[in-house]
Ligand binder design. Structure first.
Ligand SMILES: C[S@@+](CC[C@H](N)C(=O)[O-])C[C@H]1O[C@@H](n2cnc3c(N)ncnc32)[C@H](O)[C@@H]1O
Length: 212
C-alpha cells in the first residue's frame, strides 16, 4: 500500500526542485543494476532530508544503511563548512559502486564510508555530538540502533528513522516479525519523554525524533 495517493505524489514531485543530474543517474543506475531498488530514498524523500540538513547546518551526521548512497548525498548537501557525514553499509559488494557514486557529486570529500555491521561500527565511532542520525538499515534493529546512538547525539539533535509506517502494516492487523518490531519501536518512541517526536506520512513514513 502506498501511503500517499499516487496522483498527490505526482503533483508533489512536479512542484518541488528538480532532481539534480548526478542524483538522477544514481537513481537510474540503482534501478538498472541493484536488487530491491525501491530501498532507495528517492527524489521527494531525498529533498526532505536535504532540506532538514540545510536548516540544521550540521557538522556531524551519521547514517545507518548506505545502500547506493542516495540519501547520504542528500543529507551531506546541508553539512556546515568542515562537516562530515559517516555512513555505514554492511554489504561490502556495494563499496565500489558507492565510491563511484560519491565521486560523481560535490560532497564526495565530506562523506566517510564504513563497511561493516552497524552495531560494531557505531561502537567504534568515537564522536558523541552528532547533529543528525538517519537510521535506514535492517528494520528489525531500529530500536537497538536508536538506543546505541542516543548518547552520541547532542541535545537538540535529530534522529530520523525511515519506514516506520511499513506500507501501512503498523496500523493494520499484520503480525509478521518486521511489522511487530516497527510497531514496538513506534510505541516506545511515543512515550519516551526524553525526545519530541513526529511521524511524517511521506513515502513509507519518516519518524522525526528531536533529543531534548
Ligand atoms: C533501505 S536500504 C538504505 C537506503 C538508503 N539509506 C537510501 O535511502 O538511499 C538499507 C541498507 O542497509 C544495509 N544494512 C542492512 N543491515 C545492516 C547492518 N546490520 N549494518 C549496516 N548496514 C546494514 C543494507 O545492506 C542496505 O543497503
Amino acid at each position: 500500500m502506498e501511503i500517499l495517493d499516487p496522483a498527490l505524489q505526482a503533483y508533489l514531485d512536479a512542484h518541488i526542485d528538480a532532481e539534480a543530474p548526478e542524483l538522477q543517474k544514481i537513481n537510474r543506475d540503482t534501478h538498472l543494476k541493484v536488487l530491491k531498488p525501491n530501498m532507495l530514498s528517492g527524489h521527494y524523500q531525498g529533498r526532505i532530508l536535504s532540506m532538514f540538513s540545510k536548516m540544521m547546518q550540521p557538522k556531524l551526521i551519521l547514517e545507518i544503511g548506505t545502500f547506493t548512497g542516495y540519501s547520504a548525498i542528500c543529507l551531506a548537501e546541508g553539512l556546515a563548512e568542515g562537516g562530515v557525514l559517516h555512513t555505514i553499509e554492511v554489504n561490502a559488494e556495494m563499496e565500489e559502486m558507492l565510491n563511484s557514486h560519491f565521486k560523481s557529486t560535490n560532497v564526495d570529500k565530506k562523506i566517510k564510508l564504513h563497511i561493516g555491521p552497524a552495531e560494531r561500527i557505531i561502537a567504534d565511532i568515537q564522536h558523541n555530538n552528532f547533529d543528525i542520525v538517519f537510521i535506514d538499515a535492517d528494520k528489525r534493529n531500529n530500536l537497538t540502533y536508536f538506543e546505541l546512538v542516543f548518547d552520541k547525539v547532542r541535545p537538540g539533535g535529530l534522529i530520523i528513522i525511515d519506514n516506520v509506517l511499513w506500507k501501512g502494516k503498523v496500523y493494520g492487523n499484520e503480525n509478521d516479525a518486521d511489522t511487530v518490531n516497527i510497531r514496538k519501536l513506534n510505541d516506545h518512541i511515543a512515550v519516551n519523554t526524553k525526545v519530541e517526536k513526529l511521524i511524517l506520512p511521506v513515502r513509507d513514513g519518516l519518524l522525526m525524533i528531536r533529543k531534548k
